[in-house]
Design a protein around this ligand. Structure first.
Ligand code: GDP
Ligand code: MN
Length: 378
């Protein structure tokens, strides 16, 4: 789960990190009033679940309350990477002498939290990793011991020469690690970590993702969920208890079981297609779930063909077939649907589907190939 910058900053402050004060506005007038309260130059920042807001025009300096209002009215309602801005953060502008990058994330290959720090802050860290990897220092943290003091110093030492800055930054590494661990984060990032002309190190941006599996024991963090700010398909999938991941292709996939869903995506690729999503409807033939799945898939304008792949076991194929027939009566579906069913009661299922005018088969190969062809010729 992604959270907003202003929420991430609350978590950071609670861990003791130096973060400038701020307030959130949903209207331009509110932004103006906050700017007046804060006094001096402020920054107006789009609150959306994505980075790169600066480049997209979603971060603006304002030297007067009137200017803050003007920027806020332009930023509110703008779209950044398909997300509509509904809130802005207003915070005092800092003078910046230096920008660095600090992040900690769960690293899958080392199966542990991993720190990444770079003196090249303020820019896209993926870009630094590609063009100038030696500008990044990495450290795997042993979760049994946490971030040890000498490790925190080693990371900070990569960013600054001045001992006062190293000391401040090293303390911040420890605080960031604490925020990361205690809030079930999969990512906690400060970009940029700045040095002011007066020699103070501060976090002026914050990006945090929470591991969904941690939320059940962290109600305060769960409350940060902002369904208005996440893609509609994600909200719908969660409500219907579907595991769903949007991808960039045009073959919509609806599969029972995560393993079969992965295999289906592999086979789509094998036949030269691109899956539009990963979607596991679970071991259920409940038409409501099938309706939700079809709503999500057809809500993606990229989808050119829909592929069902069902392996019947305890789930009976005839139940699923009835679910599909029922679901397609309830919603209007434009892209062609191809269905593969095999396992318990597959014969009955094929009869039900054929009677309803669907193309269905028991062979995964044939059906996936057909779906890829249909998507390509659409
Ligand atoms: P992002 O683009 O979504 O990562 O948003 P950031 O909060 O990182 O802001 C982007 C850039 O705007 C930063 O790297 C800074 O260069 C600049 N910026 C943000 N806040 C301030 C500020 O308080 N003062 C100044 N001078 N620049 C700022
Ligand atoms: Mn940033």
């Amino acid at each position: 789960m992604d959270i907003h910058e202003y929420q991430a900053k609350e978590l950071f402050r609670a861990a003791g990190l130096p973060v400038p004060p701020d307030e959130v506005a949903t209207t331009a007038e509110e932004a103006e009033a906050i700017a007046r309260r804060l006094g001096g130059t402020v920054v107006v920042k789009a609150q959306v679940h994505t980075g790169g807001r600066g480049k997209a025009g979603g971060v603006k300096l304002a030297s007067t309350p009137a200017e803050a209002k003007e920027h806020a009215s332009r930023i509110l309602g703008m779209t950044i990477k398909d997300l509509t801005v509904q809130k802005v953060l207003v915070t005092p502008a800092e003078d910046i002498a230096n920008e660095a990058y600090v992040g900690v994330l769960i690293d899958r290959s080392s199966q542990a939290p991993m720190f990444m720090v770079s003196p090249e802050g303020g820019v896209d860290i993926e870009e630094v990793a590609e063009t100038n990897p030696e500008a990044i220092r990495k450290l795997r943290v042993d979760p049994r011991y946490g971030l040890l003091p000498h490790q925190a110093l080693w990371l900070a030492d990569f960013l600054y020469e001045d001992p006062s800055l190293v000391k401040q930054a090293s303390k911040m590494m420890t605080q960031l690690y604490q925020a990361f661990r205690s809030n079930g984060c999969s990512l906690a990032e400060i970009n940029p970590l700045i040095v002011t002309p007066g020699g103070e190190v501060k976090a002026i941006d914050a990006k945090v993702s929470i591991d969904e599996n941690e939320l059940h024991r962290l109600p305060a963090v769960e409350a940060y969920r902002d369904t208005d700010a996440e893609p509609w398909a994600e909200t719908r999938a969660r409500e219907a208890s579907l595991s769903f991941v949007k991808l960039e292709g045009d073959v919509g996939c609806c599969v029972n079981g995560a393993g079969l869903a992965m295999a289906t995506m592999d086979l789509v690729k094998y036949y030269g297609g691109e899956p539009a999503n990963f979607l596991d409807i679970g071991g259920s033939s409940n038409p409501d779930k099938v309706v939700a799945a079809l709503e999500i898939i057809t809500g993606d304008p990229n989808v050119k063909a829909i592929l069902f792949n069902i392996f019947g076991g305890i789930t009976r194929c005839d139940d699923v077939a009835n679910g599909i027939v029922e679901a397609t009566k309830r919603i209007d579906i434009k892209p062609p649907i191809v269905i593969r069913l095999t396992g318990t009661n597959d014969k009955e299922a094929l009869e039900i589907l054929e009677a309803a005018g669907f193309s269905a088969d028991t062979s995964m190969d044939r059906v996936v190939e057909r779906a890829v062809e249909l998507a390509a010729s659409a």
